[in-house]
Structure formats: structure tokens, C-alpha cells
Design a protein around this ligand. Structure first.
Ligand code: BES
Ligand code: MN
Ligand code: MN
Length: 463
């Protein structure tokens, strides 16, 4: 292990330079105009895996963007770790709000990252975190210290719902056979408060459309006489939460598994400062479901949020018009044991039922995903815990995250494997936002910690 760590410290600068090259390709999976770049990124990842020492490299075609596979099998009797990551990124918009261009990575210092952070779309989510694995693997391969088999599966459609990954997994059970899945696509509490993600929320996502009159109308001639779809949509959306910020969709909470008082008390031990939280977001107060802390609202409780809303005239100046239609995109974050399909249907029924006469409502479901939780008494978790303790000098805290990685539940169903979520990002890294960044401290810590996982996992599996 010392040799591996020495190799890492001697090659740090090159690792960052290589990541910067990877970040320069705008692999935005949501926007077809970047299609070539997404494919090019898959090729680059495949080449990097090969250079790092992986074998059986394949850029596996799918109906969408390819899945990059590679492995190193020493002995089928040794434990096998399957590393998952994604090379696609979110769109960069709103691009005007970036302080430097999203696909021209630069290293800048911030209060939280005094050693510097790489600013670029995908720096943290997930190119930077995925690349930690490639470099940790390279280090162990070069020093002959890799104690187990490793397989890589890096996809290019995570940010658009991983639609083709399910089929790939179904068709590749044998190739993907492993003992555990290792994922770095989440965060930790702070650079001096290491944590391991033990849960992810699920997701239901719908688009709603409210239609009133058959055409846009003069708001003087018709105003006050017909349902205005934008007014109505605003009212309908407002009614989806009650005065306690509980979601009003009937049946929404029926399957929510509450936490025991002990579990809640355990969670409350994680450090959280409301003042610092508000200050970082420039808000003077938090808001959420009555009876729960901010940490709980953001992890163990389900939510409903409008992600976008539009309709009518939004151009320069004033145009007096009643729009024929109004639209919104709505996401619901789910917790165990809520089922995305069931929740989407409950929403659909409810939303249609509250539409007033004089309007028509249409609800279109988008991709969703199931929530996931990982136990902390598994060999994988224990190995991760040892790994963090070795590199951070502290035991990591188990934390349930508010984000979603739908493939985690899918892997469990399809492959019968649990995922260990060793994330090294921070909430303040602005993933999906302008000025996304990833601390150099975090990038290096990830590269240093991952080898300890392989060693600890292999040791524990022998027992
Ligand atoms: N890596 C994130 C999810 C994440 C980030 C989980 C931080 C926990 C902590 C992932 O790339 C993502 O953005 N997922 C989407 C869902 C997906 C179906 C588009 C999300 O959570 O919105
Ligand atoms: Mn991600
Ligand atoms: Mn993401």
C-alpha cells in the first residue's frame, strides 16, 4: 500500500492534467447537438482505462450512448469489485452565470477549497469522481498491489435516466458478475467530516399541461370571463402542499417507512449549522415539512418540487394576453418504500381531479427511479469505513443523501448486488449548477482512499 500511495503522490499533477482533458469534452447527454462529444468521451474513457492497465476493453453500443467496459481479472476465486460511474454531464446552462467557461477547466481557490478546485461541468458529477477510480486502479496496477479483480462499467446516460443501462445489465449478467458495486457519484459532509452515503432517494418526474381556451386571447376582451391556464396552474401547484408543507396528493405518504427515534437521534449527531447553511445560499430562513430537521427533510422525507414553469408572453415589454396553455415540470423525490410508478399514478389522478371546469389537464410521466438504502453491517460498508479511517484519520459517518441514482436499485434487482457509495464531493460543489467544481483535496483523497477499500474488502472477504 505504501508503494501505491507513493505512486499517487508522485503522479498527482498528471492525474489532474488528464482529468482536465476529459472535462474539456462537452459530453452533455440531454442535448443531441453534443452527440459527437458524448461518443468521443466514451472513446477517451476506454483509452484511459486501457492505459491504466484494464483488459477486455469494450465501448459497448446501446440504443443511446455507449457503456464503457473494462476489467482486470487475476483469479476468479478472488473477490470482484464492479466500479460504476458516468461520463455524461448535465447541460451547462445558464452559461452566463459561469465565471469561467464550463468546458474550459480552470483551478481556482475558494473558501472551502483553499488548495484549489477544478471548475468545469462534470468536475464533480461525475467525471472527476469516476476518474479517481481509473487513477487508483492505475496506481495499484503499476505497483502490483491490486489484491482483487476489478470491473469497470462507465455509462453515458446517467443524467438522462440511464434508459439503456437496464437492458445492458440484463444481457450481461455473466460479464458483470461481482461481489459488490463501488460507486463514487455522491458527496460527503465536509472535508474534515468524512461520510459514506447509505441511502438515495427515488424519483418520479412528470410534465403537466393545462389547456384553457383554444387560442391565446386578448386579456381585455376575455379577461375575467374564462379560466386562465397560467392562473389555474399556479393555483393547482400551490395546492399540492398544505400549511405544514405536507404534500396533499392522497396516498402519497402511505408507504413511507419512518425512522425510529434511535435512528433519528443517530442522524441528528451529524454536524449541521443552520446559520452556515443559510449563509451559503443567501437565504434568511429554511423551509420544509413541519416536524423534521433540515437534514431529515433533505434525505429521509419525500418531496415535491416544480422544476420549471412556463406559458404566455415572456418577451420584452408587455403583451396583454391570456395564454391558451400553461406548463410545468414537477419532480417528486421518494423514500423507501414508495414506488415511482405508483406515486406517478397517484399524482396523475389527483392532478386531473383538481382541474376546474373550463380547463383540460394532461400529465406526461418522465423517467423515474427507485430509492435505495444500504446496510452498514455489510462487508462492503465495513471496508469503506476502514478505507476512510485510514486516509482521513476519522471514522466516516453514515448519511442518507437526498439525490437519486436510480441504477443502484436496478443493480440490486438485476444483479443481486449492493452498491457502496463512496462519494467525495461536497454539497457546495454546485453540481448541476453554474460553476460546478471539485476540490483538488477531494480528488486526491478519493484516489488515495479507493485502494484502501480494495485491500480492506479483500481482507474481510477472506474471513
Ligand atoms: N450524482 C448525482 C446524484 C447525487 C448527487 C446523489 C449527490 C447524491 C449526492 C446524479 O448524477 C444525478 O444527478 N442524479 C439525478 C437523477 C437522474 C435520474 C437524472 C438527480 O438526483 O437529480
Ligand atoms: Mn452523477
Ligand atoms: Mn447528476
Amino acid at each position: 500500500m505504501e508503494t501505491t500511495q507513493k505512486y499517487i503522490s508522485e503522479n498527482k499533477q498528471r492525474f489532474v492534467d488528464e482529468l482536465i482533458d476529459l472535462l474539456k469534452i462537452p459530453s452533455v447527454s440531454a442535448d443531441p447537438s453534443f452527440s459527437k462529444d458524448v461518443f468521443a468521451t466514451a472513446e477517451m474513457v476506454a483509452n484511459r482505462l486501457k492505459e491504466a492497465g484494464a483488459e477486455n476493453i469494450e465501448v459497448c453500443e446501446t440504443a443511446g450512448y455507449p457503456i464503457v467496459y473494462g476489467d482486470k481479472i487475476f483469479d476468479v476465486n478472488l473477490p470482484t469489485v464492479l466500479v460504476y460511474g458516468h461520463y455524461d454531464v448535465q447541460p451547462a446552462d445558464p452559461i452566463d452565470l459561469w465565471t469561467s467557461p464550463a468546458f474550459e477547466p480552470v483551478i481556482k481557490k475558494t473558501d472551502i477549497h483553499p488548495e484549489g478546485a477544478i471548475f468545469a461541468r462534470g468536475a464533480c458529477d461525475d467525471k472527476g469522481q469516476m476518474y479517481m477510480h481509473v487513477k487508483a486502479f492505475e496506481a495499484m496496477m503499476n505497483t502490483n498491489e491490486l489484491p482483487c479483480n476489478v470491473k469497470f462499467m462507465i455509462e453515458g446516460e446517467e443524467e438522462v435516466g440511464s434508459e439503456n443501462l437496464g437492458i445492458f445489465v440484463q444481457n450481461n449478467h455473466e460479464r458483470l458478475k461481482a461481489d459488490v458495486i463501488l460507486v463514487s457519484d455522491t458527496g460527503m459532509l465536509a472535508n474534515d467530516v468524512p461520510s459514506i452515503t447509505t441511502g438515495l432517494r427515488g424519483l418520479s418526474y412528470v410534465e403537466v399541461e393545462v389547456t384553457g381556451p383554444n387560442r391565446d386571447l386578448h386579456s381585455g376582451l376575455y379577461g375575467g370571463c374564462v379560466a386562465n391556464p397560467i392562473n389555474i396552474l399556479a393555483k393547482m401547484i400551490a395546492s399540492l402542499h398544505d400549511e405544514n408543507n405536507k404534500i396533499t396528493v392522497p396516498g402519497f405518504y402511505d408507504k413511507v417507512v419512518g425512522l425510529t427515534d434511535e435512528e433519528r437521534a443517530e442522524m441528528a449527531k451529524a454536524p449541521f449549522s443552520k446559520g452556515a447553511y443559510c449563509k451559503a445560499l443567501d437565504i434568511d430562513e429554511v423551509m420544509g415539512e413541519a416536524g423534521y430537521s433540515t437534514m431529515e427533510r433533505g434525505s429521509i422525507r419525500p418531496t415535491l418540487d416544480v422544476n420549471g414553469i412556463w406559458g404566455g408572453y415572456t418577451g420584452q415589454g408587455a403583451k396583454t394576453v391570456i395564454a391558451s396553455q400553461a406548463f410545468a415540470k414537477i419532480s417528486m423525490r421518494l423514500v423507501p418504500d414508495q414506488e415511482p410508478e405508483e406515486i406517478t399514478n397517484l399524482f396523475l389522478k389527483h392532478f386531473e381531479s383538481i382541474a376546474p371546469a373550463g380547463t383540460k389537464v394532461k400529465v406526461t410521466p418522465h423517467h423515474g427511479g427507485e430509492p435505495a438504502v444500504t446496510p452498514i453491517d455489510s462487508i462492503g460498508y465495513k471496508a469503506a469505513s476502514i478505507a476512510y479511517e485510514n486516509t482521513f484519520g476519522k471514522k466516516p459517518i453514515p448519511v442518507r443523501s437526498g439525490g437519486s441514482i436510480p441504477i443502484v436499485a436496478m443493480f440490486e434487482k438485476e444483479l443481486g448486488l449492493k452498491s457502496i457509495l463512496m462519494g467525495f464531493g461536497l454539497d457546495s460543489d454546485a453540481i448541476h449548477s453554474p460553476n460546478e467544481h471539485f476540490g483538488l483535496f477531494n480528488f486526491y483523497k478519493g484516489i488515495e482512499t479507493i485502494p484502501h477499500f480494495f485491500v480492506a474488502y479483500t481482507e474481510l472477504m477472506k474471513q
